[in-house]
Ligand binder design. Structure first.
Ligand code: BDR
Ligand code: CA
Length: 331
């Protein structure tokens, strides 16, 4: 490990995490925010925004860019039961359009992502999993080694929504891409954090924010600014939003102190059958005053007990400062 890599992989007792992702512009930011605050034991890639060869290549590019020294393992190429349908209209054909990366140097593990997850989780208790893509790898790992559920500290998911979807009116992309896998994770009994679209759509960056990132003046910040300009244009043109939603770093930010994302306990079920609702995360917020003011006076009866901390609000300014701080910390 060379000295510059050593400086960004800070020693000490930081929370051990594995990041499971499908980079992806916002996944790239999640990697950088996670590595700023946590001990990233590995990055596992999965098919989602683009195919898994491209998401793996993109993970290597981000690790190279920031000078990180983190194992990368290539994961599942398709959802558990349905064919893969990618999202090049948002992230470009490469999955990370907007910047010309040099040839990748970071190696890829000989082990696939599911084996890497199972091996790493068996070797050490109390690991946090942060998932910012479809949940195929995590579902496969839990199916392969169900006993691991009791040893994982928590899973923080960017996916689903407590309100509206993006791929369909009801379903968010990561949950829609592999609903069966999402159901495995939400039924696992592992402590869960869910940052859904209802909050991540509020975590937007506009051209002024991107300019601030560029002005940090580092190699990493300049590259991320170029990437975010592409992503902003696509989000404006294809999604119709006035700022580019930084969905994935929310799944990192919700774990940080002081809190920038607020949450409520709720039961989340993944819809697997509905004609119009397949992939929807059905959040039981009937008893949550944030959604249902009547609940203040008792509200409707509770359903199944909560299985997740569901994000309901974000301090956008503080969140964007976390992003800037992270980007400023890399070469
Ligand atoms: C999610 O889908 C992907 O396009 C993003 O990377 C994010 O993980 C948002 O719906
Ligand atoms: Ca993603």
């Amino acid at each position: 490990m060379d000295a510059s890599r050593e400086t960004v992989r800070l020693a000490g007792r930081r929370r051990p995490v594995i990041l499971d992702c499908d980079p992806g512009h916002d996944d790239a930011l999640a990697i950088l925010l996670a590595a700023r605050h946590f001990d990233v034991l590995g990055i596992t890639t999965v098919a989602g925004n683009v195919d898994v060869d491209r998401t793996t290549l993109n993970a290597r590019r981000i690790v190279d860019l920031a000078g990180l020294d983190v194992p990368i393992a290539r994961g599942c190429a398709a959802p558990l039961v349905q064919p893969a349908v990618h999202a090049p209209e948002i992230h470009g054909e490469s999955g990370l359009d907007g910047y010309e990366f040099p040839p990748p140097r970071a190696p890829v593990e000989a082990r696939d992502a599911v084996t890497f997850l199972v091996d790493t989780l068996r070797a050490r208790d109390g690991i946090t999993l942060i998932a910012t893509g479809p949940l195929t790898n995590l579902a496969m790992a839990l199916r392969t080694a169900p006993e691991l559920a009791g040893r994982i500290r928590e899973i923080s998911v960017m996916g689903g929504s407590a309100t509206f979807g993006n791929v369909t009116p009801a379903a968010e992309f990561n949950a829609w891409f592999d609903p069966e896998a999402a159901a495995v994770v939400f039924q696992s009994g592992i402590p869960l954090w869910m940052c859904g679209l209802n909050v991540t759509r509020q975590a937007g960056i506009d051209p002024a924010g991107i300019a601030r990132i560029e002005a940090l003046g580092t190699r990493t910040s300049r590259a991320m600014a170029a990437l975010l300009r592409f992503y902003f244009d696509r989000q404006r043109d294809r999604v119709g939003v006035a700022s580019a939603s930084l969905h994935d770093p929310c799944a990192v930010a919700i774990l940080l102190q002081p809190p920038v994302i607020s949450w409520v306990p709720a039961h989340v079920a993944v819809e697997l059958r509905g004609e119009h609702t397949r992939g929807m995360t059905v959040c039981d917020v009937r008893h949550v005053p944030h959604f249902n003011p009547a609940a203040v006076d008792g509200g409707p009866p509770r359903g199944a007990p909560p299985n997740a901390h569901v994000a309901v609000g974000i301090d956008r300014g503080a969140f964007l400062r976390l992003i800037e701080d992270a980007l400023a910390s890399y070469p």
